[in-house]
Design a binder for this molecule. Sequence first.
Ligand code: TMP
Length: 400
Amino acid sequence: MKKEFLDLGKQPITNSFLNEGEFDNEFLFNLKAVFDDETKLVSLKEFVSPEMMFNNVYAHRASESYTMRESFKKLAKKLQKEFFPTGANVLEIGSNDGVFIRHFNPDTTVAVEPCSNLAELTNDMGYKTYPEFWDTNLAKKLKENHSYFDLIYSANTISHIEDLDEVFKAVKLSLSDNGIFIMEDPSLYHVMENVSYDIFYDEHVHVFSVTALNNVLRKNGLEIFRVDNLSVHGGSNRIYIKLSDNKYQEVEQSVSENLEKENVFGINDFNTYLSFSNKVEKSKNDLISILKDFKSQGKKIVSYGATYKSATIFNYCGIGTDLLDYVTDTTENKQGKYTPGMHIPIVSPEKGFDETVDVAYLGAWNFKKEICQKESEFLKRGGKFVTHVPNVHIVEIENG
Ligand code: TMP
């Protein structure tokens, strides 16, 4: 049975950055989260159709962040060294702008990316990219065209797909006998620990615990053999998976350790989710209050990073141009547009992050370290970054 525990109100499509004049009739949906007491899976209650979210004007570019570029490069090198020193047939599901596959040989690497503007980018880089959604039909086509894959990699994509049984069946069809499937998505444990409720938005159809994934994968003939806890995106898990009958890869201790850690935290207990929901409400009240205080002191407040996550915050907390002058973002195709739902203008940091700014809400709080280093002048002249993670506070320079 699915039990509701979180209601973040009416929310827009996070990827729909609007032009002036496009505000009327904006699509909104009810952002609510539910807990399945059988599989322990946390999912959205209402789903937005994939075509509305992933299309030919998809804005997010994983390569925008130095942290992400370096993290994918390091991983590609590590995997090649540990698992595939003599090369491998590689498939990436959700290849975005090629930030990961660019480190692999284009002759033996295939990509799947339903956002056709992004698929075009990686096709131009020489990687055969299928502009389609991942399912068993596509898996059969890939098997015919490219045989089996030794490595299937997918970062921040599987959590976007509603039908997990279909996803994992398709993976099973595509994996070579000793092949490995690695998926990387935000960790529910970290979300609950950090009260980073902004991980809930239209695209994150599920927020995974290791516990829930373990249950759903096992049903589909797959098994987790390693879990890496990562700091990217404010806490993610990199899950290494094999076919259940693959005896070659041993199941490592990190799997039972993570399951145990989650169990002790209360991941299996619905009361933990109810208490999380109370913390979310407190976080909202504290954020509104700190921003209002700054505003009443005549401070100019902006937001740093027009992230998808911040759409959840602004719409749930009702933060608009009454509190924030604008949002700065380095992504060219977000600049000149307006944030979804609350319609706050987006400008480039060059134009907007100047000496007139007193306070900046860290929309891209998951890149806090990178941003504090980059904006050390702002901090030195007394500028303040505000974040809501793990509670609403002003970021101290030494912590940055
Ligand atoms: P993400 O958290 O969804 O990956 O998005 C990060 C967004 O923040 C992306 O639009 C780029 C933007 N950004 C900046 O504007 N400045 C920065 O220094 C960083 C790291 C990101």
